[in-house]
Design a protein around this ligand. Structure first.
Ligand SMILES: NC(=O)c1ccc[n+]([C@@H]2O[C@H](COP(=O)([O-])OP(=O)(O)OC[C@H]3O[C@@H](n4cnc5c(N)ncnc54)[C@H](O)[C@@H]3O)[C@@H](O)[C@H]2O)c1
Length: 421
């Protein structure tokens, strides 16, 4: 086991190895990126601090970076995001892991601090962050380590929003690449990945049918679009709630009903939030919901569903199935919350399909590589991944599935650039 790792049970490693091997086998893009770019010595003598859910695909990314020469330390955003068998296997594969599903949730920041301490122990490092957890700590409780950070890349929409706020306030101290905003990330991960895995998690944990159900999707961004599409594909009657009128209109044009949440609360049987905001479903909504309604959050903000308000409104709470909590309200209605109201496809599921995360983590590996080499020329601001890198990732994937695209001829390029014709 990698010295210093803290995991629940090292004996769980064999099953974790099987899961990681499966992910590796279905990751042609990350494997191609490893062969073409990551073996050039960029990661020798470099720390990589990672904050991501500990499951097979994230594990494989950290293994690839460790094999490229980096000293990799990893922790999850909290105990509900840890698969203990994968954590145990990772610790055997040369990655330092601070993650156990048994740790109290309030310990999550301590584990992230350990990641920073380890990754930046006498060497520079790049960070692969989720919801800005590592970078927030590097700017507060671990400011002594700031100098060694070459830069960070951010996995999700909500984290990028925090980095933009830091940049606006003028407090961001190193460059950050918005990995989430690469087209090969949000078009596939946020849309198809969240769509498929959220519906899978709901079906697996409830063992109920989706067809015919009134499903309410709150937020029609990239995640919401995917969720609505997969729910509709399974035969659900989908209603969308939005605060952006254009997105609402887009949902209408895509064939969905669009209603305020207070109205949708009365008709919904399954509610899925994906907004990146807080209290999107609160007590005023719970009061109107039908008996048996199911509540799930797919957004990266744990407070999208006001679970504190829900607990206060309930006279009784019990776990009725694995990952399903039942809240009995004073009038006898029962509401069912999945995965503690946190990102349901991870806390109550296996996360996105492997092929989706292959794209996302090829992007993340290239972000880390780019930061390791080009950090000096990058201002302390939020950067987009260069378009050529995004294009190359898409091409590798297309080739891997036996498909291809055309290239513009020089004449076409000239035509598109000019105005005289
Ligand atoms: N579950 C996952 O695996 C996963 C994957 C990627 C992103 N995410 C997270 O999901 C959330 C959404 O991501 P996205 O990429 O779709 O973001 P996005 O910005 O594209 O879309 C969010 C949408 O929510 C709407 N919205 C905001 N507040 C609302 C409210 N109170 N009621 C109704 N709609 C509201 C916005 O108008 C916007 O259209 C983020 O927190 C992101 O980090 C989760």
């Amino acid at each position: 086991m990698q010295s210093g790792s803290i995991v629940k049970d090292p004996a769980l490693a064999p099953e974790g190895h099987r899961k990681i091997d499966w992910a590796a086998r279905h990751s042609p893009v990350l494997n191609a990126v490893r062969e073409k770019y990551l073996k050039d010595g960029s990661f020798e003598g470099l720390g990589v601090g990672v904050a991501l859910p500990i499951e097979a695909k994230t594990a494989y990314l950290t293994v690839v970076l460790a094999e490229a020469g980096a000293d990799v330390a990893v922790a999850a955003p909290g105990p509900y995001f840890v698969q203990d068998d994968v954590a145990a296997a990772l610790a055997e594969r040369g990655v330092t892991v601070y993650a156990s599903s048994q740790n109290p949730p309030e310990e999550a920041d301590r584990e992230l601090e350990r990641v920073l301490d380890r990754a930046l122990d006498g060497k520079p490092a790049v960070l692969i962050d989720d919801r800005a957890g590592l970078v927030r700590l590097a700017h507060t409780t671990r400011r002594n380590l700031l100098e060694g950070v070459r830069g960070a890349s951010e996995e999700t929409t909500s984290g990028v929003a925090k980095f933009r706020a830091m940049e606006l306030e003028g407090v961001l101290e190193f460059p950050v690449i918005a990995a989430n905003d690469a087209r090969c990330k949000y078009l596939f991960d946020n849309r198809y990945g969240t769509g498929q895995s959220t519906l899978t998690a709901i079906m697996q944990n409830t063992n109920l049918m989706v067809g015919g159900k009134r499903v309410i999707v709150l937020g029609y961004g990239w995640c919401g679009k995917g969720i609505a599409r997969y729910a509709a594909g399974l035969g659900a009657r989908v209603t969308v709630c939005e605060v952006d009128p254009v997105r609402g209109l887009e949902a209408y044009a895509d064939g969905f009903d669009v209603l305020p949440a207070s109205v949708a609360a009365e008709i919904g049987e399954v509610f899925i939030t994906a907004t990146g905001s807080r209290d999107v479903l609160g007590v005023t909504h719970f009061e109107r919901m039908r008996d048996g309604a199911i509540l799930a959050n797919a957004g990266a903000v744990d407070e999208e569903i006001d679970t504190v308000g829900l607990a206060e409104a309930a006279s009784e709470t019990r776990e009725v199935r694995r990952n399903v909590e039942e809240f009995v309200l004073s009038d006898g209605r029962m509401l069912h919350l999945l995965g503690h109201g946190m990102v349901v496809n991870l806390t109550a599921g296996d996360g996105h399909p492997v092929e989706i995360m292959d794209l996302t983590f090829a992007i993340q590996a290239l972000c880390a590589h780019h930061l390791a080499n080009d950090y000096k020329s990058m201002a302390p601001a939020v950067h987009l991944l260069p378009k050529e890198i995004d294009d190359e990732v898409a091409l590798i994937k297309l080739n891997a599935v036996g498909m291809g695209v055309d290239a513009l001829t020089p004449e076409q390029e000239e035509f598109l650039r000019g105005w005289r014709d």
